[in-house]
Design a protein around this ligand. Sequence first.
Ligand code: PLP
Length: 395
Amino acid sequence: MIYADNAATTKTSPAARQAMLDAMERFWGNPSSLHTPGQQAREALQTAREAVARAIGAQPREICFTSGGSEADNQAIVSAARVGAKKGKKHLVTTAIEHHAVLHTMDQLSKEGFEVTLIPVDESGIVKVEDVAAALREDTALVSVMFANNEIGTIQPIAEIGALCRERGVPFHTDAVQAVGHLPIDVNAQNIDMLSLSGHKFHGPRGVGALYVRRGAPLLPFIHGGAQESGRRAGTENLPAILGMAAALEDSLAHMEENSAHAAGLRDALIEKLSQIPHAALNGHRERRLPGNVSFCFEGIEGESLLLLLDDKGIAASSGSACTSGSLDPSHVLLAIGRPHEVAHGSLRLTLDRSNTMEEVEAIAQAAKEVVTYLRDMSPVWKALQRGERSYVIQ
Ligand SMILES: *Cc1c(COP(=O)(O)O)cnc(C)c1O
């Protein structure tokens, strides 16, 4: 099987697996206990916290471990909203292309009386800093803009948006789940107040993540109970997962440059090959995109059938549409960059990383060409396009 769905999850690295085994064998004590096994676990937890902090230029006490990226997003946004509301600030700013962990949290808050401004993106999926500036108000409690998009890979001007928020005194959160371990991040240089990350997007285990919270940034406890995570998140720490995540992150950082050069080379080759398919268009920005991200729309076909046929050919890919959730709605991200519904349905996302090879890229391109041709031959929409009864959206 060729695995080309690294934006969905990554294979756990040997370093992460070893750290998890060590945690279970050696650090099974409760970090809150005062005896030796407890204190050993506590030290291991502190070492992991330092590693995660170092990876983004933060202080260890600014790292709060969570159950993953979704929890970190929820806690950051709900906290900032509640703290803002106490000061009469009930306006939240985010973008149209966020992950659902952000968008659905915002939806929930809007039902509770908050006003949410969704900033649009341009046709390449980039958020304009001036649009963020224009959205800011006296009563804005939070700006949340993702670092890099999970579907189309676009990388946002985070440092500029951070500088703007800093200048205007508005807390700034970024969902950096797709970026951490893949792109250089420095929360100080980039003026980030809160940042979400998730272990399983950089070869760590799933079910674990972290929220970076700058000292003084608005954070409220989300899970109540014990005093773990300095009172910011109760519950006995998931030490195997936390240590596995920290080991995976250190490993990713140590090899970030070579890994990203490798993935970008594969990405560019695959984009080049898929661009040869007629009436196909790359989604997202050509340069400002994640190293391994390839996202296309093919006119006249359904992304779901494309995926299933690729799976039959031994290729694990993804479609932009939310078919897995049982929804037939096309992806909100593809709609936001201006793809019409019928084109947004024909999307394919291939996310490559350090373990993929050029031979795999060739096999993927070959299979995609065959499958697209096969599906188009059966498609009434494609036939109508060919006969000139409809006009092509993608030239
Ligand atoms: C995967 C992902 C999340 C959710 O992270 P989990 O750890 O799976 O909860 C949030 N945001 C983005 C951009 C993601 O890619």
